[in-house]
Design a binder for this molecule. Sequence first.
Ligand SMILES: [Zn+2]
Length: 292
Amino acid sequence: MRLTKDPREEMFKDNTLTKFIFDNTNIKGQVVTLCSYFRDVISINSYSHDVSKLLGEFLAAVCLLNANLKYDGRLILHAQRARGLSSIMAECTSKNNIRGIVRGDFSMLSDQIDFYQIFKKGTLRLTMEPEYGDRYQGIVPICEKTLSRCLEYYFEQSEQLKTKIKLAGNMQTAAGILLQKMPEQTSNDKCSQVWREKSILLETLRAEEQINLPHDDQLTSLFSNDDIRILSVENPNFWCSCSRERFLKALHELNLKEPPSLFQEGDSISVNCEFCDKNYEFHKSEFKNTHN
Ligand SMILES: [Zn+2]
């Protein structure tokens, strides 16, 4: 295999997103590995192994899908169970800032209980939220056993884009790889054959390899007969969009809506962001014209 890359670019595997294209084909892809920032996300809420693994799949998936978008804004992947408020959410902005959260009870998760069983009566949504302009929400049918298969189905059916996704994770690392066949002007048997070959090879990638190997090694071991051009190497960050102003606005609305007052216990309240654990303090005097 010939791997064409800028020699100045080291393909670090900690929090890295590598975009590539197969030379002389209409197939492109991304590989992502999230390590230290993923550990930051899961340590804030002390998730169990199975919950961390699933949240890792959401975070890796949203990084991979976001890499194809061409606007400034953010992409949100959100799954909600039927009845109750249990949900998993991950988002990635156009600057590769990621965050994610699990709400509610997922104690039933195990190797035997798969994604389909957890969410089959719930919803999976993919929301594109540009900084300027209208948001777009796609409903992803929960018709397959895994998150990756559901997303593949969605892209093939709704977007007419042949897509292959493999996700893997543990308590240390979240990883993923995506291949996508770009639209052709005319139907072409050779292109379809090349796509089938790459898809079959991708299936042979094992979770341990995804978690442990640098991106160039993953690509070399999978596609040893292909010429791959590295387009870019980027570094996703764990970054939260919370702010004092946003909390103040939300608390102000809550205070108006839900008496009794937020300040029954004293003149100030303290809140922590559930995504990043940052603490914000508010004094009663900041809440003017309410029933305090
Ligand atoms: Zn925050």
